[in-house]
Design a protein around this ligand. Sequence first.
Ligand SMILES: Cc1cc2nc3c(=O)[nH]c(=O)nc-3n(C[C@H](O)[C@H](O)[C@H](O)COP(=O)(O)O)c2cc1C
Ligand code: SF4
Length: 509
Amino acid sequence: MAKYLIFQPLKFRHLTVKNRIFRSSVTGRWDNYNGSGTQARVNWENKFAKGGVGAIISSYVPISIEGRITPNVVTIDCDERIPFWHTVGEAVHRYDCKYILQLSHSGRQRDIEGIENTLTRTHGIEPNPAPSSTDEADQISGLPAVKIPTSKVKEIVQDFAKAAGRAKEAGLDGIELHSSHGYLINQFLSSAINRRKDEYGGELKNRYRFLHEIVREIRKVVGDSFHLQAKISVREFNNIIPPWQRSGNTFEEAIQICQWLEEDGVDAVHVSRGSTFPHPLLPSGPFPIKMFRYTFDTMTSSGGKASFRNLILFRYRFLWPIFQLFWRRLPRKLGDRYQQPVQGLEIQDEWLDEFFKEHVSTEEFKQLLDKHQGTVLRDAKEIKQNLKEIPVITTGGFQQASYINAALEGGYTDAVSMARTLIANNDLVNKFQAGMDIAERPCTYCNDCLGAYLELPLGCYSLDRFYQRSIKNLTDEEQDKAMQEAAKARTEEVMTVFDPPPKPYMPPM
Ligand SMILES: Cc1cc2nc3c(=O)[nH]c(=O)nc-3n(C[C@H](O)[C@H](O)[C@H](O)COP(=O)(O)O)c2cc1C
Ligand code: SF4
């Protein structure tokens, strides 16, 4: 397997990564409420470095408190965070793994605002609308937004630049701008969301201006040789829930954005899709309604006009088809037209774990792979062909060595990023290195990890992957016992992120 392209180093302008696999960003809520980092965060990142990935792209890291999606995620909003990020970097560098910090601002897509982002009224506290390019609330939860004045836009540009400077000072290897998935930069880029009439709205050049200024100001702070990449939703599909919404930027506009980024001195483009997060097409797979039934209540205080409606929809089983009807509309429409651009090796029955196959058969798993692996590859290839020299990283469903290799050899992308598939198997790259084509208990794209994020420690929650024994020929009662054992194994695995624990220390008197 080592002869595979996967294991050839990837050279960016100023950074070399030992192989072609990046851990994509996955937000977990393990940190302190005030945005300081915890040992659990270090443990989490360490798992993937140890597991063999060439580089880790951090989870969503807010450049300011107003720009976070939720409390309990570590920020980069002040100099006090630098030592923590230095520790994270040092931990992963021990495995010759690079660390790229994802600089992020939520804009209106703020899941839980936290006390700092509230307003106090005589009748109590309520969320302060988040800065955006529009006054319109987001379309999934109806989270409140305010179209910000130019002075505020300039302030946020500077917040990005200062955050980039901190990442460099922490000794990290680069930064990624979270300019995709409907967060603030995407809210400016998108023709479907941006409602401004000034120099930051209207034609594409104006909608790009915010990102252009961020890149320019970052370069002033970190210089030309610090690695800088941008994650872009090259297809927005913004008309996801209400079909009457505008669809967003055209693919030609996305190409133009990537070309401008290259001209502006960005070192790589990370290709993704979707003008909201989550989106029916990313992460691909079902909407994790069973998990949200349990976790979504945490969002009902966020002032989203539709949060309470959603809670009711998720809480009562008989209402699920209503939500699913809208959520599945787009994948259904596009699914018929989707054909894999490349092929990996045929999955062999003996590659998969015996207990896993009792829940997801080899045939079912082949179909899942076919449907979810490499869904953004075709777009990535076109983006790559329209750039001069900077590499392209592509996200979306990758978990099979031979498939990834075919994508690299076919010139579809220069590297792949993996999120859920590495949550399921943190050491997947080491497995590839040992000659395996796929994990014995692979990711099933069920999206339960996504549903869990709001309230539970991030990890794999697919019960199918945790059965400890066969359930064949068991009575109902015995089957239930086997299920409880699987659930226990799942919890134990999720909780490994807290090991080793932090060391308490005595505060000064
Ligand atoms: C639980 C979860 C959290 C995520 N958090 C982020 C994030 O903070 N920033 C980001 O750019 N993408 C985020 N994503 C998207 C992933 O980085 C990735 O682009 C997407 O899941 C597709 O890759 P996959 O099929 O390998 O999961 C998240 C995905 C999941 C499942
Ligand atoms: S819960 Fe596990 S199997 Fe399901 S998508 Fe997440 S990582 Fe994959």
